[in-house]
Design a protein around this ligand. Structure first.
Ligand code: F0G
Length: 362
């Protein structure tokens, strides 16, 4: 299953191995969205679409490394708590590596595409009567008791793989424009990507490959109903306060206890970034805007664009900035949200003249 030198593994020099359990992952598009760029009003706007990974989310970048580590250790059972995408990726990569997978999901709060993936890729799925944070508490305890190998983003090898998002963005941007983006805007759940991107940039600076002043401002976006990181940034706190009760249409980031907060908060602060909360309707508007330019993303992903729009309107993001928004998961992950945000199918008779009449509004 080794995939040397492709996608994520092109950056093996910064990873713990030369190759991993791979499908392969990474090398995702950096889309131009000229209408949205014009409407929001930044110098440039590009969309790094992580939904184009093998299982439809950025999680694959972490799993290719994490599952390789698990194989190296010879563990029997891989496990994660998940709002959906991690479970889909774990099931696929665990299956690829020939390992058993166990996933704990918050009952009734995971989008249909993600449960379908975990199921068909062969994970044992436990639906917990509680939110994601409760699922993670349980899985972390199972791991502590030696019952499973944990592959949530608490596992540092996951973040090693996710660093490559940052490498790809900088490389592509430099190739297209001869400079680096000023800012990267990303949705925040457990803040794994925020921590991973910050680590990627620190390593580049330490190696002399990137000047410290060229590090993009990391800008996190949360749903208003699940925004402990935004609260911590606004209050200047060293750590987050866990939110016991969370709610948002963007179920992927319905998280009240971001476990990577202590790694991610310095990343936001030291790069000169910020964090902002957006309402569910703002998320859906952004999802529609992206889709109208052909970029299909799930709600949590659209939060990045909704956040950028809000920060631009507030004058926090300036008109001369080069911005990249990270979209973390594919539209098909949450078909129900997509259908609800899109146009209604119109029933018509089985007859061409009747169809024409209907089209003319008769
Ligand atoms: N976007 C999507 C589509 C996600 O699935 C997640 C996290 C995030 C953003 C947040 O990323 O944790 O690095 O800040 N999903 C996890 C899961 C929790 O279980 O699939 P983060």
């Amino acid at each position: 299953f080794a995939e040397e030198g492709r996608g994520v593994w092109r950056y093996a020099a910064s990873l713990p191995f030369e190759s991993g359990v791979s499908l392969p992952e990474g090398d995702t598009p950096l889309h131009a969205v000229p209408r949205l760029e014009d409407e929001i009003g930044t110098r440039t706007l590009r969309i790094k679409h992580e939904g184009m990974n093998p299982t439809g989310s950025f999680k694959d970048r972490g799993m290719t490394v994490g599952v390789r580590v698990a194989a190296e250790l010879g563990v029997g059972r891989l496990a994660c708590a998940s709002t959906g995408n991690t479970s889909a990726a774990l099931a696929a990569y665990g299956g690829r590596g020939g390992m058993q997978t166990l996933v704990l999901l918050p009952a009734g709060k995971v989008a249909a595409g993600k449960v379908a993936q975990a199921s068909l890729h062969g994970a044992r799925i436990l639906e917990v009567d509680g939110n994601f944070d409760a699922c993670l508490d349980i899985v972390a305890e199972l791991a502590d008791r030696g019952e499973a190998y944990l592959l949530n983003s608490l596992n540092p090898f996951r973040l090693e793989g996710q660093k490559t998002i940052g490498f790809e963005i900088l490389e592509r941007y430099q190739a297209d424009y001869g400079r680096y983006p000023d800012r990267i805007v990303l949705p925040v759940g457990n803040a794994g990507n925020t921590a991973a991107l910050y680590k990627a940039f620190r390593e580049l600076v330490a190696s002399g490959a990137l000047d410290a002043e060229d590090v993009p401002k990391l800008t996190g976006v949360q749903a208003a109903g699940a925004a402990p990181m935004v609260e911590a940034i606004e209050e200047g706190a060293a750590d987050i306060e866990r939110w016991e009760s969370v709610e948002t249409r963007a179920t992927a980031i319905r998280i009240g206890n971001p476990v990577n907060a202590r790694k991610a908060l310095p990343g936001i602060r030291k790069t000169g970034g910020t964090a902002v909360a957006v309402a569910d309707d703002e998320i859906t508007d952004a999802q529609r805007a992206l889709a109208s330019e052909g970029v299909g993303v799930e709600p949590a992903s659209a939060a990045s664009v909704a956040g950028l729009r809000k920060l631009r309107e507030a004058g926090v993001v300036e008109s001369d900035e080069d911005v990249v928004c990270l979209t973390t998961g594919h539209l098909l992950k949450d078909p129900d949200a997509a259908a609800a945000a899109g146009t209604e199918p119109e029933p018509v008779p089985n007859d061409t003249d009747a169809v024409l009449d209907h089209l003319r509004g008769e």
